[in-house]
Design a protein around this ligand. Structure first.
Ligand code: PBG
Length: 329
């Protein structure tokens, strides 16, 4: 009998040993909660494809935000659903538009205690559901869209957003938004760039969450899931244009891209565990096919282990609350 020279199992023997040698930990402060607020809503509406997630009223949004902040969540990412849509997404730039008033509500309610972020994209606001305005031939007009993004950034900054989340995948959007913000004196409003963002099937439930009107798809502006090196280019462009943080999205199917991004840049890197990732785990857990809490934790650890410093997840409040209870937050 020869004895194994190395016994990795030694360090796995007790919970205390495993805790000591854990390489990755979850912290509430690293989690960001995406939230939906809908105009002219009187009661919050539960989303069937995202059990536990709501379309909020302005009031319920405030309460849910306060709850998230009390649990120690690091930031909030707000999405607005207007009552009326048009071709250019007027409600996105209207100071009285739902997203902007909701940001102002949250700035007043929890502003000093958390990082307030806004999705900067037109798809929730346009009647055709695309992330930009359309040219005469029906294609998404990149540069005309940049003008709308500039105004949208100004409205969100004025409403109190700390960071604007450029998520439309138009070329030059970070530079355009940075220039608009600086020109209006919003020097301290940061750009949280959805830098590597794929045309993903995992956004499916999000379409319900924002009552999306989209026909067709976003493949002429979001990235092809087949591509890895292309993300390096997208990320480098966003950083060169002035992105303060960059994001990879979705998360779980793009951990290679995430890992590449972390190695390539010196700004903070986030990953977005999107609606379909949430829905998959929720649905399998509902059927008793996987252990819900363990699967949630493992998915978030995987995203953190791949290098994301910040994770956007619809479970942010729940996980933060659990961490608080465990005394690990
Ligand atoms: C664009 C945006 C989308 C998501 C976040 N920002 C939709 C899309 O790009 O099609 C998806 C988020 C999710 O699925 O959880 N406004």
């Amino acid at each position: 009998m020869t004895y194994p020279v190395a016994r990795p199992r030694r360090l796995r023997r007790t919970p205390a040993l495993r805790r000591l040698v854990a390489e990755t930990r979850l912290h509430a402060a690293d989690l960001v909660l995406p939230m939906f607020v809908k105009d002219e809503l009187t009661e919050p509406v539960p989303l069937t494809s995202m059990p536990g997630v709501l379309q909020h009223t302005r009031d319920s949004l405030r309460r849910a935000a306060a709850e998230a902040v009390a649990a120690g969540v690091g930031g909030l990412m707000v999405f607005g659903i207007p009552a009326r849509r048009d071709a250019v997404g007027t409600a996105a730039t209207d100071p009285d538009g739902i997203l902007n008033v909701a940001l102002a509500d949250l700035a007043a309610e929890v502003g000093g205690d958390t990082v307030l972020m806004a999705d900067l994209c037109l798809d929730e606001f346009t009647d055709h559901g695309h992330c930009g305005v359309l040219a005469a031939d029906g294609s998404v007009d990149n540069d005309a869209t940049l003008l709308r993004y500039r105004d949208m950034a100004l409205a969100q900054a004025a409403a109190g957003a700390d960071l604007v989340g450029t998520s439309g995948m138009m070329d030059g959007q970070v530079a355009a938004v940075r220039d608009a913000l600086d020109g209006a004196g919003h020097l301290d409003t940061g750009v949280f760039a959805y830098a590597a963002k794929y045309a993903s099937a995992f956004y499916g439930p999000f379409r319900e969450a924002v009552d999306s009107a989209l026909q067709g798809d976003r493949r002429t502006y979001q990235q092809d899931p087949a591509n890895r090196r292309e993300s390096a280019r997208e990320v480098a462009l966003d950083v060169a244009e002035g992105a303060d943080l960059v994001m990879v999205k979705p998360a779980m199917s793009y951990l290679d891209v995430l890992s590449d991004t972390v190695a390539a840049v010196d700004v903070p890197v986030a990953a977005y565990q999107v609606s379909g990732e949430y829905a998959m785990i929720s649905a399998a857990a509902e059927r008793g096919w996987i252990d819900r809490d363990r699967a949630i934790t493992e998915s978030l650890l995987g995203i953190r282990r791949a290098g994301a410093q910040i994770v956007l997840t619809y479970w942010a409040t729940e996980v933060a609350t659990r961490l608080q209870a465990e005394g690990a937050a």
